[in-house]
Design a protein around this ligand. Structure first.
Ligand code: FAQ
Length: 311
């Protein structure tokens, strides 16, 4: 049973009105947004690590500049998203505390290692590709600050996706050893990329309510299907093979049939048992602790300045 306030709120959502900070909203709406936007922000920040791994080893100066710019963009995305979450009455410190304690999640994909330079191609192509597939519809999400952050982020993500595909083109058309590296990167990152869209619809806990509130615009399986349909022809163009023997065009549905990822593996990664969970979280906690002196100095400086100000 909905209260009169809740009915009025749902009416606004149904009319595609944007909800703005400080307007009345159901507690569940606020909580769900904090969870989703916060986890999204954490993903952008933790997502810097797998690519950061290759900045010092990029094959040319140009590739190094491009990769640096991309990784820096991810920091910016994290910051827009933390700001959007803060408008819901949660502080950035609290969000970070909840990331560091393991209470809040970040995307499963960033718990996989990036083993070769070809992984920089595959991350841009597949991971940013999946991110865009999920984020383009979120530009229409009902919460104003989130939707505006998404508009900016999507512009940069499409550049990221193209730079990844450009690396894949180079590798796939390079020496046999380079082509092999490109195929190996696709083999390892294909299923983890499919997992980015979340559990299958029948196991998705939040989808129904989040879609009614237009926090989410599509189900997990809808977006996963669209991603597969978009990406398979791109793999074919590269001359690479998607590592799924059951992948098959289905004329009737106008899309590919494909194998589901290993959901046991997905839930293990969510529980902290993926190949790089400890390393990733450890790196974030260390960065936070190593920066403590700097934050303390900034606060001390601000206090000193304030005390000197004439009354
Ligand atoms: N990883 O009921 P649902 C990027 C959790 S893009 C970890 O279906 P929901 C850019 C979920 O939180 C990546 N956890 O959940 C980049 C929930 O657990 P909870 C970030 C996952 O929220 C590219 C439980 O499973 N993008 O960073 C995952 O309705 C390259 C049940 O699932 C976003 O965050 C997962 N893959 O749907 C950066 C987009 N999937 O919270 C660097 C915004 C599910 O109850 C380099 N988020 N879970 O403990 C969303 O669209 C949604 O939150 C979904 C999940 C679709 C991810």
């Amino acid at each position: 049973d909905m209260s009169p306030e809740e009915i009025a709120f749902q009416g606004r959502i149904d009319r595609n009105e944007k909800i703005e900070p400080k307007e009345w909203m159901p507690e569940g709406y606020r909580k769900t947004l904090i969870r989703q936007i916060g986890q999204h922000a954490h993903s952008e920040i933790v997502g810097q690590l797998p690519e950061g791994n290759w900045i010092t080893r990029a094959p040319t100066l140009e590739r190094k500049q491009i990769l640096l710019a991309k990784v820096q963009d991810e920091a910016g995305h994290g910051l827009y998203l933390y700001c959007a979450a803060e408008t819901l009455g949660v502080s950035r410190d609290e969000l970070l505390e909840r990331l560091h304690s393991g209470d809040m999640k970040y995307s499963s994909i960033f718990n996989y290692p990036t083993l070769t330079w070809a992984d920089m191609g595959a991350v841009g192509w597949l991971v940013d590709g999946a991110a865009i597939m999920n984020q383009v519809p979120l530009q229409r999400t009902s919460y104003g600050p989130y939707s505006r952050a998404m508009i900016r982020i999507c512009k940069e993500e499409s550049f990221h996706q193209r730079q990844g595909y450009a690396i894949m083109m180079k590798m796939a058309n390079g020496t046999p050893a380079q082509k092999k590296m490109a195929q190996d990167a696709l083999n390892r990152l294909w299923y983890p990329s499919l997992m980015m869209f979340g559990p299958s619809d029948k196991d998705s806990v939040h989808s129904a309510q989040s879609m009614a509130w237009k926090i989410k615009m599509n189900t997990n399986d809808e977006l996963r299907q669209k991603f597969v349909d978009q990406t398979v022809p791109q793999a074919e163009y590269l001359g690479l093979t998607v590592p799924d023997p059951d992948l098959k065009w289905n004329e009737e549905k106008g899309g590919y049939d494909f194998s589901e990822p290993d959901w046991d593996e997905f839930y293990q990664v969510l529980k902290g048992n993926g190949p790089c969970n400890k390393e990733r979280l450890g790196a974030r906690v260390k960065a936070w602790e190593d920066g403590a002196w700097y934050r303390d100095a900034m606060v001390a400086h601000a206090k000193k300045k304030a005390s000197r100000r004439p009354v």
